[in-house]
Design a binder for this molecule. Structure first.
Ligand code: HEM
Length: 457
C-alpha cells in the first residue's frame, strides 16, 4: 500500500508553491485536484506528508474512526500565536472533551433561541447607522454585528464600555491579516519580528497585549463578584460565568490563563467566520436578483411582525445560507487530523504524523454531488438531503464546530432583517472570488455596497 499521488516539489520551488497557497488558494487546490484526483499529497519523501482529501468516502472513514486515533491540537499550532497555549482548539483527549462539554450548552437549545431577539435588535442598531445612497464596506457592518453578538453571548457585556474597547481592538487585531499579503505573516514565521509599533507584527503584538489586559480585568472583576455574591450562579448565564464556576473532579477551576485563552478563542472563532459568511450571503442575494425576489416572497408569506424564530425556520432562507457556505466555505479545510500511528484510509497507508486535511472546498465543488458546482443554486438543498460526509461547512466528529447553530441563526436573521428593510447594491456588480484572510477564505475586505430604504411591500 502506498501514499496517494502528488506534486514533487524540489526545495527551490517550495517557496513558489507556498506563494500560490497564499495568493491563489482556490487555483492551488483545483489545479492539484485536477491533476492528481480527490486525494493527493504534498511532500512525504523525507517527513510525513500533508494530504488533501476531498472524497466523501475518505472523509467518512476519518470522521467515523475513533477520534483517539488522531491528534488534532498539534496540527493547529500555527494559530497558537493568536489563541494562546491553553485554548481548547489546541488540546486533545480528556482536556479537550472536558472543555467542550463546558462550553457547548449555551450554544444550543433553549439558551440559543433566547439570542434570536438580541441578534435582530443588534442588526437594527448597526444598520440604522448606514447613510442611504453612500458606498460603504459591507464587512464593517457584518463584523460589528457578529462581534456584538458574541460579546453578549460569551461575556454578557454588550453595553459596557469595556465591550466597546474590546470591539475596536479585536477588529483592529483581525485586520492585521485581512489581505493575502498580510496573511503571509502566519505562513512565514521569519516575518514575525517586532520592529516597533509601526511594523505589522509589532502592531499585532501590542493590540494582543491590550486585549489581554482587558480580558484579565474582566476576569478579576467577575471573580471578586463571584466571591461576594451568593446568587452569582443564577444571575449570570453567559459562558464566561459558567467557565468561572466550573470545577473538575479534583474541585479545581480554570486558571486565569486558561480562561483568557478560551475566551479569546471563542471571541475570535465566534465572529470572524460568521462575518465573512454574512458578506457572502449578502453578496449572493444582491448579485442574483432572482434569489432576492424568492427570499422576499418567502418573507412576505410569513407576514409582518413575525417572530425571529419563525423567520429562522424558513426553508428557502435556510437553503440560501447552506448554499452560501457550500460554494465558498469560510474554512477551506477542517482542523488537521494527525494519526498517532500508521493508518489505512481508502487503501492508502498514512504514516504517523501525516497531516490529513479534510478539504471542505474540494468536497463542496464535486460535480457528482453538486451539479454545476460554480453556480449558486439554493434549490439543491431543498431537493436533496446531503450526508455529513458530503456537506461539511462546520467539520465533524468530536471537533465539529461548537458555534454552528449560533452561526446559522445569525446568518438567517441578519440576512432576513437587512433584505426586508433595505435595497442593497454592489458598487461594482462583478463576480467576486474569495481571497485569503488569515487561515480562512473570505470576500475582499474592501467590497463596497450601497444601501437605500426598501420600497418593497
Ligand atoms: C459560519 C461560521 C462558522 C464556520 C464556517 C465555522 C467552521 C468551523 C470548522 C470547519 C471547524 C473545525 C471542525 C473540525 O475540524 O471538524 C470549527 C471549529 C470550531 N468553531 Fe466554528 N465556525 C463558524 C462559527 C463559529 C462560531 C459562531 C463559534 C462560536 C463559539 C465557533 C467556535 C468554534 C470552536 C470553539 C471550534 C473548535 C472546536 C473543537 O476544537 O472542538 N465557530 N468551526
Amino acid at each position: 500500500m502506498t501514499l496517494p499521488n502528488g506534486p514533487k516539489t524540489p526545495g527551490i520551488l517550495e517557496i513558489f508553491r507556498r506563494f500560490k497557497l497564499i495568493f491563489r488558494p482556490l487555483e492551488y487546490l483545483e489545479d492539484y485536484a485536477q491533476k492528481y484526483g480527490d486525494i493527493f499529497k504534498i511532500g512525504g519523501e523525507k517527513s510525513p506528508p500533508f494530504v488533501y482529501i476531498g472524497n466523501p468516502e475518505g472523509i467518512k472513514q476519518i470522521l467515523t474512526a475513533d477520534p483517539e486515533l488522531f491528534e488534532v491540537g498539534r496540527g493547529s499550532r500555527i494559530i497558537r500565536f493568536l489563541l494562546g497555549d491553553n485554548s481548547l482548539i489546541l488540546k486533545d483527549g480528556d482536556t479537550h472533551q472536558r472543555q467542550r462539554k463546558l462550553i457547548m450548552p449555551p450554544f444550543h437549545g433553549e439558551l440559543l433561541r433566547n439570542y434570536s431577539q438580541l441578534i435582530w435588535d443588534i442588526t437594527d442598531k448597526v444598520t440604522d447607522q448606514w447613510e442611504m445612497g453612500k458606498p460603504f464596506p459591507i464587512r464593517c457592518t457584518t463584523q460589528e454585528i457578529t462581534l456584538r453578538v458574541i460579546l453578549q453571548v460569551v461575556f454578557g457585556i454588550e453595553q459596557k464600555e469595556r465591550s466597546q474597547q474590546l470591539r475596536q481592538l479585536i477588529t483592529a487585531l483581525l485586520d492585521s491579516f485581512d489581505t493575502p499579503l498580510s496573511s503571509s505573516l502566519i505562513f512565514f514565521p521569519f516575518l514575525q519580528k517586532d520592529w516597533g509599533a509601526r511594523s505589522p507584527w509589532g502592531r499585532f503584538l501590542r493590540l494582543k497585549q491590550q486585549i489581554k489586559q482587558l480580558i484579565h480585568a474582566e476576569i478579576r472583576e467577575r471573580r471578586a463578584k463571584m466571591e461576594n455574591e451568593e446568587s452569582f450562579s443564577s444571575d449570570y448565564t453567559d459562558i464566561f460565568s459558567l467557565l468561572l464556576l466550573a470545577k473538575d473532579e479534583d474541585g479545581q477551576g480554570m486558571t486565569d490563563e486558561e480562561l483568557h485563552d478560551n475566551l479569546m478563542s471563542l471571541l475570535l472563532a465566534g465572529h470572524e467566520t460568521t462575518a465573512s459568511a454574512l458578506v457572502w450571503a449578502l453578496y449572493w442575494v444582491t448579485h442574483l436578483t432572482e434569489v432576492r425576489t424568492k427570499l422576499l416572497d418567502e418573507l412576505d408569506r410569513l407576514g409582518e411582525n413575525s417572530h425571529p424564530l419563525d423567520i429562522a425556520k424558513l426553508p428557502y432562507l435556510s437553503a440560501v445560507c447552506d448554499e452560501t457556505l457550500r460554494i465558498y466555505p469560510v474554512l477551506p479545510a477542517a482542523f488537521l487530523r494527525m494519526p498517532k500511528s500508521s493508518i489505512e484510509i481508502m487503501g492508502y497507508q498514512f504514516p504517523e504524523g501525516s497531516a490529513l486535511a479534510l478539504s471542505i472546498y474540494l468536497l463542496h465543488q464535486r460535480e457528482d454531488l453538486y451539479p454545476q458546482p460554480k453556480q449558486f443554486k439554493p434549490e439543491r438543498f431543498i431537493e436533496r438531503q446531503y450526508s455529513p460526509y458530503e456537506y461539511l461547512p462546520f467539520g465533524g466528529s468530536n471537533r465539529r464546530c461548537i458555534g454552528s447553530a449560533l452561526a446559522l441563526l445569525e446568518m438567517k436573521l441578519v440576512l432576513a432583517n437587512i433584505i426586508s428593510r433595505f435595497e442593497l447594491k454592489l458598487l461594482n456588480n462583478r463576480p467576486v472570488k474569495p481571497i485569503r484572510r488569515g487561515l480562512t477564505f473570505a470576500p475582499p475586505a474592501k467590497m463596497q455596497m450601497v444601501a437605500n430604504t426598501s420600497h418593497h411591500n
